[in-house]
Design a protein around this ligand. Sequence first.
Ligand SMILES: C[S@@+](CC[C@H](N)C(=O)[O-])C[C@H]1O[C@@H](n2cnc3c(N)ncnc32)[C@H](O)[C@@H]1O
Length: 256
Amino acid sequence: MKNRSFDKYWYYRDAVQSPDADVIFLRNLYRRLRGRNPKVLREDFCGTFANLCEWVKLGSSYRGVGVDLDHQPLNYGRKNYLSKLKADEQKRIKLIEGDVRGANSQLADIVVAMNFSYFSLHEREDLKTYIKSAHRHLKRNGLFVADCFGGSECMDQITDRTRKRGYWYHWEQANFFPVGNRAKFHIHFKRDGEKIRKRVFTYDWRMWSIPELRDLMHEAGFRKTLVYWQDDDDVFRPSEKGEPCASWLAYVVGLK
Ligand SMILES: C[S@@+](CC[C@H](N)C(=O)[O-])C[C@H]1O[C@@H](n2cnc3c(N)ncnc32)[C@H](O)[C@@H]1O
């Protein structure tokens, strides 16, 4: 078979992200909690900022700020997503190459950290500094939204294999160290008829728990926190309990 080029961000987006559904979730969450439409979304750890590119399509009042340390995914997003937007939509996105803890931007209605990116901050003080920055960059009544995952399976060494169109997506948990709740994860892709591409993305994470996150949000100044737990029908609903399962997903929301 002819060796086609491999675009790792295309596969990442196809396997891991759902930007069109995620921005609707964020907009509806803000509407439900604040009774009006949000305008400005700040996406921290934005990578290729696929979410922002969907956000600005929601209407002419929707603006976005993306922050990421790494110019490689930012440049990928500029070339592959931003360039495909209408001129007016492009103008409503601002990108900052920098650390989420220090990058100053306009104030947002929603600050979001998606795909567990803040798990790369291993120390409590570092995570607190970040959450304080999220708080500082929100308007009055703003929301900070961070996803979180866990469950008994996340304290194990396992590989989840998912069939996608034309390829397999592998999510490998390489280890788990209970003393520090640290774990290493790898993403591998195996295109049909080709050898597996190993460790296309690797993450060294601390598995933060929901109560740790809520405590830090309160310490950082958020007045209230809510948890939206993913139910069996894939809908996220407010919950103060959750349920025991091998693998769970939730959004933790800080209300300024
Ligand atoms: C797991 S990717 C997530 C990309 C995207 N948010 C998503 O939903 O898929 C993590 C991103 O966080 C960025 N990152 C890690 N630490 C950061 C920091 N302290 N400040 C800004 N960006 C950071 C990395 O460069 C990487 O692009």
